[in-house]
Design a protein around this ligand. Structure first.
Ligand code: IMP
Length: 423
């Protein structure tokens, strides 16, 4: 099948960047389909760490073409910084990185609106990355947004001004205590726009569908995770795009019948950054160990991630919504040393045991019910074959596979490209 999808099945930060990088040599094209610089995809190879926000994670491979799809929102300033960080690799960016004309632009005032909206929410704040994601998608669905292709039109600055003027009135409405110097922000923004215009803009749906017809293979790279999906996530504590499989169709212009495998990435435990429900969250030593060993800090914001046991009810839900065909388990190495591992296999939902992910998973409604499994002591980080893995880990994986009814095909035992075991 021409197009495979790669998606995060939890609340993001599952390690998608690493797996895209590992799989890229099998594909002609890597295409990002949603989200924007709220994402932070970390890749480690040759002893160096690289964090990408908007640029697809196949960029470091010589052969693959990387497409930023129409479903993505682009902040030209952050995009430029990413490109500056790539300069030392001497990549042929003009031909290796193609940008959809239909991708929407994040303006300086989108970021200010994000800040004003969050500030006005007080305790109910979402914990947004404050990159302007929500306001930009609001303008997209509200039919007011600015797209990359608009930059090729003569009147784009007038459009920019009209939208900015509207945003400034909206910022006033929030009466939030935020300080900003728009002139300074605009100087940086317009300089970044000029750089962006040097890149290659394409009609990406046309490009991708021609590529499919010509027998090329495509890996669609998701950002964030299924539980942050605007429809199926823990609303309203979600991001503003469809992070699930259907988002790849709308975010790239690829029809559902072109999709083959759906690779679902999950951590051997669970993390979440920002606010919102998290039934298996731990506030004890075990959670602190996961946080410390797993170095659980956001790649985009540096915020500490909340940690907890693996939630199989949530995972099964994500597997179903996405039609996952293969699972990839990340950070198994972080669980080494736990005597007992807990996995959530049902919820007590308002006094009744349930086996599905309910409408309202807030703390006062849901208590996780756990099954205990035996842990392992061995350090996994140097292991390279499935035969070397401890029996308890293989039992842990088998338990997950039986529960969600999908096989695990990759086990990751460390952040480096090389620490990846094919099962
Ligand atoms: P926003 O998309 O920046 O507005 O953030 C909305 C929610 O999604 C917040 O809880 C963020 O912490 C979370 N979020 C957004 N992007 C990511 C990501 O790439 N990884 C993990 N969480 C994310």
């Amino acid at each position: 099948m021409a197009v495979n999808l790669l998606l995060g099945l939890q609340w993001g930060d599952e390690g998608k960047g690493k797996i895209v990088d590992v799989l890229t040599s099998n594909y002609d094209i890597i295409a990002r389909f949603q989200g924007g610089p709220n994402a932070g995809h970390t890749l480690i190879f040759d002893g160096h760490k690289h964090v990408l926000h908007t640029i697809p994670s196949g960029i470091f491979h010589k052969t693959a073409v990387n497409v930023v799809g129409n479903g993505v929102v682009i902040d030209p300033v952050i995009f430029q910084k990413e490109l500056d960080n790539l300069a030392k690799f001497n990549l042929d960016i003009k031909s290796k990185l193609l940008i959809s004309r239909k991708a929407h632009l994040i303006l300086p005032t989108h970021r200010l609106l994000d800040a004003a909206s969050e500030a006005s929410k007080g305790k109910a704040k979402i914990g947004s990355t404050l990159k302007g994601i929500g306001p930009t998608y609001m303008d997209k669905t509200g039919r007011n947004g600015m797209r990359v292709g608009d930059l090729e039109l003569e009147d784009w600055k007038e459009r920019y001004q009209a939208l900015t003027d509207k945003h400034l009135k909206m910022i006033d409405f929030y009466e939030a205590d935020i300080e900003f110097n728009l002139k300074e922000l605009e100087t940086t923004f317009f300089a970044a726009i000029e750089k962006l215009k040097e890149l290659t803009f394409i009609d990406s749906e046309e490009y991708l569908n021609s590529a499919i017809k010509n027998g090329k293979s495509i890996l669609a790279e998701g950002a964030q995770g299924s539980l942050l999906d605007i429809d199926f996530g823990t609303y309203p504590f979600v991001t503003s795009s469809n992070t699930t499989a259907a988002g790849a169709c709308t975010g790239l212009g690829i029809a559902p019948n072109k999709i083959g495998d759906v690779f679902g990435i999950f951590k051997a435990y669970t993390t979440r950054v920002g606010s919102g429900p998290f039934p298996t969250e731990l506030f004890d030593e075990d959670g602190a160990t996961m946080s410390k060993v797993g170095m659980e800090f956001g790649a985009t914001t540096g915020r500490p991630r909340r940690c907890g046991w693996l939630d199989l009810i949530a995972l099964k839900y994500a597997v179903e919504v996405n039609g996952v065909t293969q699972l990839m388990m990340m950070k198994g190495d972080v669980l080494s040393g736990f005597k007992t591992l807990k996995v959530c296999t049902s919820y007590n939902y308002k006094g009744t045991e349930v086996h599905h992910f309910p409408y309202n998973v807030e703390e006062h409604n849901v208590t996780p019910i756990y099954t205990e499994l035996k842990g392992w002591k061995q350090d996994l980080t140097g292991m390279t074959t499935i035969e070397e893995l401890p029996k308890e880990l293989l039992d842990y994986i088998k338990f997950i596979e039986d529960f969600v009814e999908v096989p695990v095909s990759i086990v990751s035992v460390g952040p480096d490209r090389k620490q990846t075991i094919l099962k």
